[in-house]
Write a protein that binds this ligand. Structure first.
Ligand code: MN
Length: 374
């Protein structure tokens, strides 16, 4: 089998355990997200600003690294730039769009000042990783409890050299992404030329309109995993339905880890709603909902066998592959096998667009990968 090189539209930071202590006053650092593993019970407990959340962990997390951290050893390689690049070379992954990991839990913070300070801290740290290689494209975390702090951090992130911002799929407040109050945020992201990147499974635990991943008992793990994919679709539908792309025609949105065939599917559903319920639809849009989706929205998948067909069979060109490195849902250790299984029988224009071209369109500053050997 020849070596395939692919860009990843979905990868993750491994934040150092002392990130907050290094960057923030002790009283603020103590309120930022931290996780504790109970390997005997098979659980991880997240502490964030006085709240605790406990979840089951996959058995592989039971591997301890040399410092005794209850995390798979490979994950710890992810926060060393040189070891990370070595992993990427081995996997055939060229450039990566990199999201937080423990930082996702910041969406459950309720104090705007704490969230803004924490966002500055993680963004100041992540930009140093990005500066180590043009293959690292980090996302800046945006504090969403007030639109003022959000806009300020978008502008600060752009000045630091970020090319993308990460937003949770629902905001941590009553007003959803359809609300006019977010207009300055979309304008700031658009005018800075940043990609607006959502990652699935990032709903604040108490977000309005979020019904949670609360299945228990038989089938629960699979049902909860399925539920997590929906948030990205909902975020995209909210922006389209609210007319955000009419007012911000240069805004580009990425949805990572949520698969790809949902794009054409919800494009059809949104068009049907727009057409068949026209008397109830507001705001009126300049174009059909599907046109915004096909042009402004990008999505990444990792193992989904049907996903390449979203492009070659359904005509959505904005599909990206993603490794989810170094997370357990990802392809680490079997990226080449997965890529061959997914793409060996796919036409060259489709595979080149999904593995390289769509990412390069979003991040044209990233150098091209070595040629793949098909
Ligand atoms: Mn991911």
């Amino acid at each position: 089998m020849g070596k395939i090189w692919a860009n990843s539209g979905d990868s993750h930071l491994v934040e150092p355990r002392d990130l907050w202590q290094q960057a923030l006053p002790a009283d603020l650092a103590a309120r930022m997200p931290r996780s504790e593993f109970d390997l005997d019970a098979g659980t991880e407990t997240i502490h964030v600003d006085g709240q605790t959340f406990t979840r089951r962990i996959p058995r592989a997390f039971g591997m301890r690294d040399s410092e005794g951290n209850g995390m798979a050893g490979r994950a710890m390689r992810g926060n060393d730039p040189e070891l990370r690049l070595a992993d990427l070379d081995g996997e055939g992954i060229w450039a990566e769009l990199i999201f937080p990991s423990i930082g996702f839990w910041m969406s459950s913070i309720h104090d705007p000042d704490l969230l803004a300070a924490g966002s500055r801290a993680i963004n100041d740290w992540a930009i140093e990783l990005q500066r180590r290689s043009p293959r690292f494209v980090c996302t800046a975390t945006i504090p969403l409890l007030t639109v003022e702090t959000a806009v300020a951090e978008v502008e600060r992130a752009a000045a630091l050299g970020y090319h993308a911002v990460y937003l949770s799929v629902l905001p941590p407040r009553e007003e959803s992404w359809t609300h006019d109050l977010w207009a300055p945020l979309w304008a700031a992201i658009e005018s800075a030329g940043l990609v607006c990147a959502f990652h699935i499974g990032t709903e604040p635990h108490d977000a309005a309109g979020f019904h949670g991943n609360y299945y228990r008992g038989p089938g629960g793990a699979i049902l909860n995993y399925m539920e997590t994919t929906f948030g990205g679709q909902r975020a995209v539908a909210m922006l389209i339905a609210a007319g955000v792309f009419d007012r911000h025609p240069d805004l580009r949105v990425m949805v990572s880890e949520g698969g790809a065939t949902w794009g054409p599917f919800i494009a059809d559903r949104l068009d049907e709603a727009y057409r068949q319920h026209a008397s109830a639809v507001r705001p009126t849009l300049r174009r059909l909902p599907s046109e915004y989706l096909y042009e402004h929205v990008y999505a990444s998948f990792q193992h989904d066998r049907s996903a390449p067909a979203a492009m070659w069979a359904m005509g959505w060109r904005n599909v990206l592959w993603g490794s989810d490195y170094p997370h357990l849902e990802g392809t680490y250790g079997h990226s080449q096998k997965t890529l061959h299984e997914l793409f060996d029988d796919v036409d060259a224009p489709t595979r080149d667009r999904i593995l390289v071209g769509a990412f390069a369109e979003l991040f044209p500053h990233v150098p091209a990968p070595p040629p793949s050997e098909w």
